[in-house]
Design a protein around this ligand. Structure first.
Ligand code: MRU
Length: 358
């Protein structure tokens, strides 16, 4: 595979920044207020950051990992006076507290693991430890941008001119440091001046597609059409979709794809109608330690996300299920998995392992 052209690193992002570190605080774009209001939550403590993750003010697998990395910096700033021998234990406890915020996206544990390794390698504690954590959190954030730009170039290479692309949830700029994962190929195509069209599933119950993907793509001047989740199969049956491109919260060793609830229905319909199903997956989201998607904890969220819309009750009953993610079996990934190391084509589990083999 040729080295990708990192065109996006030479392009100014159009979406508002998801995370901003000020030196003393983490400012998070409050995604619960979008698309109506662009406002930032200022987090100065670990608990502020954890709460922002739990309440989806910051969401999307890579973004919650990055927020947690900065949350660890803030948490350890609260512990500056701790004796050196107790610092490591406090660091582990702070990481565990952040890791417990959401269970499904592996990026949370991945980013915190990288942060712990960074201070461990240098055997640091106290103020020096905290400064090293801040340096590493900044590195992870910058690296995420480079990773997404690379994914964008690889992803764009599999999209034909004039393609009509269906996406689900928001695997966009708002879910990462910049550019997104599933949307990075779209921004890359736009920067190349190529023609394409996007369909965004609204993504019940939290409406990440309607509120976030439609917002960021339309703000960027990309041709995007909103549909309800139940319309996707119909559009495929009418030959109005050329390919599906989604993000993921975790890809397991066998190539199963855990992503926002509803992704499985899209993949099943795509297989039926012969529409290629692609997944954009930074390696921070690949979890070879977990064998299959059935081994991944699926977050169950509050019933009010289903019974209410915009604060208004829309359901007659309160007995509901609300799993936030589902598992798309590897054999439904008919296009491939796009990573910053290249593209894994079916069978995707084996191809991912081969891609990463030194
Ligand atoms: O509950 P969310 O909004 O955090 O879920 C987000 C998704 O499922 C995304 O598709 C996934 O995290 C990939 S983001 C690049």
């Amino acid at each position: 595979m040729n080295a990708p052209d990192l065109l996006l690193l030479r392009t100014a992002p159009k979406a508002p920044r998801t995370l901003r570190w000020t030196g003393a605080a983490l400012e998070l774009l409050d995604q619960t207020q979008l698309p109506g209001t662009v406002t930032y939550r200022r987090c100065t403590t670990l608990e502020d950051v954890r709460d922002a993750i739990v309440t989806l003010q910051v969401r999307g697998a890579p973004a919650i990992g990055l927020a947690a990395a900065w949350g660890l910096v803030l948490g350890m700033a609260e512990q500056d006076a701790l004796p050196a021998e107790r610092w490591g234990e406090a660091l582990e406890a702070a990481a565990a507290r952040l890791r417990s915020a959401r269970p499904t996206a592996v990026n949370l544990a991945w980013a915190l693991g990288k942060m712990l390794a960074a201070v461990d390698e240098q055997n640091l504690s106290g103020r020096a430890g905290r400064e090293a954590l801040a340096v590493h959190a900044a590195f992870l954030q910058e690296d995420d941008e480079r990773v997404c730009a690379t994914l964008g170039a690889y992803g764009a290479s599999v999209i034909a001119d004039g393609a009509r692309i269906l996406t689900h949830c928001n695997a966009g700029a708002l879910a990462v440091a910049a550019w997104g994962t599933a949307t990075a190929p779209m921004y890359h195509l736009q920067a190349q001046g190529r023609r394409f069209k996007v369909y965004a599933d609204e993504t019940r119950p939290v409406l990440q597609g309607a509120r976030l993907t439609a917002f960021e793509l339309s703000q960027a001047g990309i041709d995007v059409t909103l549909i309800t989740d139940s319309m996707a199969a119909h559009l495929m049956s009418q030959r109005e979709i050329d390919l599906v491109m989604v993000g993921t919260d975790r890809v397991t060793r066998n190539g199963d794809v855990v992503n926002k609830i509803g992704t499985l229905s899209v993949a099943l319909a795509a297989k039926h109608f012969g529409v290629p199903f692609w997944v954009a997956c930074p390696l921070s989201t690949y979890d070879p330690a977990t064998l299959t998607g059935q081994d991944v904890p699926i977050e169950e969220r509050a019933p009010e996300e289903v019974t209410h819309l915009g604060g208004q009750r829309v359901a007659a009953i309160t007995q509901v299920r609300n799993p936030a993610f589902d598992v798309t079996p590897a054999d439904l990934v008919t296009g491939g998995i796009i990573t910053e190391a290249g593209i894994a084509r079916p069978p995707v589990g084996d191809a991912l392992a081969a891609l990463l083999r030194p």
